[in-house]
Design a protein around this ligand. Structure first.
Ligand code: CUK
Ligand code: CUA
Ligand code: CA
Length: 642
């Protein structure tokens, strides 16, 4: 089909129901409000789709008997709670939350000195930020599959990237990206573009959404034509920012090739518009490719600038400056229209962009993009090997490893399963090639989608999870705020089978699902990881240095090593607690009433807190985690002398 015809025309889609929805969608968009509110009644009744009711065998596959373990880990973004959630699949049970960007009272995230150092503080010692909006999470790779080292998650509000160690399931570093706003898509690389021995993640790419004046310090406010966004490379180990690329457009998702040579981001605002009608004024935007090796050569050769007070090298990746393939750092492949999502197929051949405002998916062949950079492909648009209609409001795509893609259709409230090779044949002129394999109604308005092992070479085509933005009538009503609905789908057969609904607090956005044997978490810490550890209870006690007081305590069920400790009003107290219990699942807590202190220590873990002893009196510091029959008796007395 021609590239010009793929707008939201009603002829573009066949089903009557979808023609009806299409009109509603257009109306909604024009008015700038969500179209989705009008439509749920029609969704379950649609014909020609897979049955929405669970199949007979379905229940047994998600219901685990008591004591049975899940076979897959799911790593879910926590949305506004600023954490990372660990689920077991197929049961959908939430097993753990890892606080990253927002304080958490259970573990004392944002309370302990160690977590505050990771989160970042203002000169007065208070946290710099206490809100977040996480969208995307991805894990480190080796040989094209997850290697269980790290996962990363973004905070869109404050442009922060957090790293989670997957041995202990804790956040260990947070980096705030300079020169950007609305950091959104995130993806680790899978190999080095130059050194084949590095077949694992060493970079994490971060796409930023909003264009801002550079530097954003009060200048150029009235010159939106000068606003620009950036694409950022963060070092996977040090978490320092390596380089940035100045770009046109606003980034949504990020994807990386398996050979490490290319990264890409879908650009929905290639118009560089400030208002939404400007942002959707053009029929096509771009999937923007980055030639990683060339960018790093340019940085090495000193061909970069810096912005404001930031020292990060910035290379020029704007469209105007990168027209010559011989020297281009970037390639803007034209795709329709305000594209959403870019996803790498597990056969390593293609990136797929969903059209969002166009009912199409665009398949871009990576070898052809590389050919363009090498001067072997005259027209960059020829890297597009398919652009096919799949339904209304296509957003994100997952894969089953058998050549099929699964794309969410936000406006249609469906998942469409389509065959990539057949789509390529159809696009090449074989109009008999049937690329749509199946459609399944989901509930409702799905955004993210991911399949087990989807974005790895080991895509196994078992389970598909869909993040539905609206749940409407699927759960017991709880007032105006509805949960979202994460639906689990069996994709092992030709037809998709809906297995389960799970309510989630808004708004997780993205997630990954992988086999449980890829992770080998440790369940007990190693005291050597903690420089402040008190290894012997006999080292417990109070030491004073002027007004600075250090209190060392250890915990061993059912007692703290100090029965009481005394400080003076006006002291700055640093309390260091080491849990000397070394058996699995023996966690203690430490709460100080009226001092806003609450945290836990896991087996062989050390944490510290610092506070001003500003209220005289007796304060019962108690264990908050039920650890022993004498848990309630597990206390120490803080005496603050007037
Ligand atoms: S964006 Cu949320 S549905 Cu942040 Cu990945 Cu598409
Ligand atoms: Cu220690 Cu409860
Ligand atoms: Ca646009």
């Amino acid at each position: 089909m021609s590239h010009k015809k793929d707008d939201m025309s009603t002829e573009a889609v066949g089903l009557g129901r979808r023609r009806f929805l299409n009109t509603a969608a257009l109306t909604g968009l024009t008015l700038g409000v969500a179209a989705c509110n009008d439509k749920p009644e029609t969704a379950p009744a649609a014909s020609g789709t897979s049955a929405a009711a669970p199949a007979a065998h379905a229940n047994s596959s998600t219901h685990l008997k008591p004591g049975e373990l899940d076979t897959y880990y799911g790593i879910w973004s926590g949305g506004h709670t600023g954490d990372m959630r660990i689920l077991g699949l197929p049961s959908g049970r939430e097993i753990h939350r890892i606080p990253c960007f927002v304080p958490d009272a259970l573990v004392g995230w944002g309370v302990t000195n160690e977590s505050k150092a990771i989160m970042g503080t203002k000169p007065d010692g208070h946290l710099r930020y206490t809100v977040a909006d996480t969208h995307h999470t991805h894990a480190s790779y080796k040989d094209g599959n997850y290697d269980g080292r790290y996962a990363w998650i973004n905070d869109k509000i404050n442009s922060r990237i957090a790293r989670v160690r997957l041995d202990y399931f804790v956040c260990d570093k947070i980096t705030e990206l300079p020169n950007v706003q609305g950091f959104h898509g995130i993806f680790p690389d899978k190999a080095d573009p130059v050194d084949p021995a590095i077949n694992y993640t060493t970079r994490v790419f971060c796409g930023a959404e909003f264009a801002i004046p550079l530097p954003n310090n009060g200048g150029d406010i009235d010159k939106p034509e000068k606003y620009r966004s950036m694409f950022t490379c963060v070092d996977a180990e040090s978490m320092e920012v390596r380089w940035q690329v100045l770009i046109d457009g606003n980034c949504d998702l990020t994807a990386t090739s398996y050979d490490g040579k290319l990264a890409a981001t879908n650009q929905y605002n290639i118009e560089n518009g400030v208002h939404y009608e400007d942002m959707m004024s053009s029929e096509r935007d771009a999937c923007l490719f980055f030639n990683i090796a060339r960018i790093e050569e340019a940085v090495k050769a000193g061909k970069f600038t810096t912005v404001g007070t930031s020292k990060v090298p910035v290379v020029d990746g704007t469209r105007e400056s990168n027209k010559d393939p011989k020297t281009a750092l970037t390639a803007y492949v034209s795709v329709p229209k305000n594209p959403h999502g870019v996803n790498a197929s597990p056969d390593a051949k293609y990136f797929i962009c969903a059209g969002k405002l166009s009912p199409t998916a665009t398949v871009i062949e990576l070898s052809k993009v590389l050919d363009w950079f090498d001067g072997k492909l005259a027209e960059l648009d020829k890297a597009i090997v398919a652009e096919v209609e799949i339904g209304l409001g296509p957003l994100h795509t997952a894969f089953d490893g058998r050549g099929n893609a699964y794309t969410t259709l936000f406006l249609d409230s469906q998942v469409v399963k389509w065959n990539v090779d057949a789509a390529i044949k159809f696009h090449a002129g074989d109009k008999a090639a049937k690329y749509v394999v199946d459609r399944l109604d989901v509930h409702y308005q799905p955004g993210h989608i991911n399949a087990s092992q989807s974005e790895t070479r080991a895509a196994d085509g078992k389970y598909l999870a869909v993040g539905c933005k609206f749940s409407k009538d699927r759960f017991l009503p709880v007032g105006p705020l509805h949960p979202e609905n994460e639906q689990l789908i069996d994709i092992s057969g030709e037809k998709m089978v809906l297995l389960a609904d799970h309510p989630v607090r808004g708004e997780p956005h993205d997630f990954i699902i992988f086999k449980r044997d890829l992770l080998k978490p440790k369940q007990v810490y190693d005291l050597d990881e903690f420089p402040l550890a008190t290894k012997d209870p006999k080292e417990s006690g109070v030491t004073r240095n002027g007004k600075k007081v250090t209190v060392r305590i250890t915990s061993q069920a059912p007692a703290f090593s100090l029965r009481e400790f005394t400080v003076k009003k006006g002291d700055e107290v640093t309390l260091i607690l080491t849990n000397l219990d070394k058996i699995e699942d023996l966690t203690h807590g430490f709460a100080i009433p009226k001092y806003n202190v609450n945290f836990i220590v896991n087996p062989l873990e050390t944490k510290s807190v610092t506070f001003m002893a500003d209220q005289p009196g007796i304060f019962w510091c108690y264990c908050t985690h039920f650890c022993h029959a004498l848990h309630l008796e597990m206390r120490t007395r803080m005496i603050v002398e007037a």
